[in-house]
Design a protein around this ligand. Structure first.
Ligand SMILES: O=C(CO)[C@@H](O)[C@H](O)[C@H](O)[C@H](O)COP(=O)(O)O
Ligand SMILES: [Zn+2]
Length: 180
């Protein structure tokens, strides 16, 4: 936790900037991940579309792991590794943001979603762990890498959950002002 706090302060601030800019431009946020990270992705998007702590206008966001018809059709017809890529290709526009989560940094469906986001001129906020895996080497200067410096998936996920709340809090503070 303490290591995370010191290494992640700067990428947290960059992530909030990217998200606030996208929201201010009426762009949208797409989020994806597998297993526990799928739960994190839909949790984060629920807080954008619904609310975090304070009433405000809804923000545009879509979780790419919640539509079972899309997931089963694309998985069945094209393969599990393209379940997120296909949705980024269908929904992503330049200026949108992809929040991509993988504790290993090596899940092929998340990797392909990042490639698709780059092809559509979308910024990527990648939440990973360990050494960032393959994803660490794919990110550009327009992206942000929130890599939790820990080896255990559960601990990485716990910090990811905290980070997503910090991002929500930062977005609201920027757009609505600090809570006094
Ligand atoms: O929640 C957990 C473990 O805590 C698991 O469901 C975990 O998310 C799954 O094994 C995922 O498939 C792991 O994928 P990734 O984080 O390496 O991309
Ligand atoms: Zn878990």
């Amino acid at each position: 936790m303490e290591n995370s706090a010191s290494t992640l302060i700067s990428p947290i601030a960059q992530s909030i900037d990217i998200l606030v800019q996208a929201i201010s431009n009426n762009a949208k946020v797409l989020a994806c991940g597998n297993g526990g990270s799928a739960a994190d992705a839909q949790h984060f998007i629920a807080e954008l579309v619904g609310r975090f702590e304070r009433d405000r206008i809804p923000f545009a966001g879509i979780s790419l792991n919640t539509d079972t018809s899309i997931l089963t059709a694309v998985g069945n017809d094209y393969g599990f590794d393209v379940i997120f890529e296909r949705q980024v290709q269908a929904l992503g526009q330049p200026g949108d943001v992809l929040v991509a989560m993988s504790t290993s940094g090596n899940s092929s469906n998340v990797i392909k979603a990042i490639q698709a986001a780059h092809e559509r001129n979308m910024a990527v906020i990648a939440l990973t762990g360990k050494n960032g895996g393959t994803i660490a080497g794919m990110l550009t200067d327009f992206d942000v890498h929130l890599c939790v410096p820990h080896d255990r998936t559960m601990r990485i996920q716990e910090v990811h959950g905290l980070l997503l709340h910090v991002l929500c809090d930062g977005i609201d503070a920027f757009l609505l002002g600090d809570i006094s």
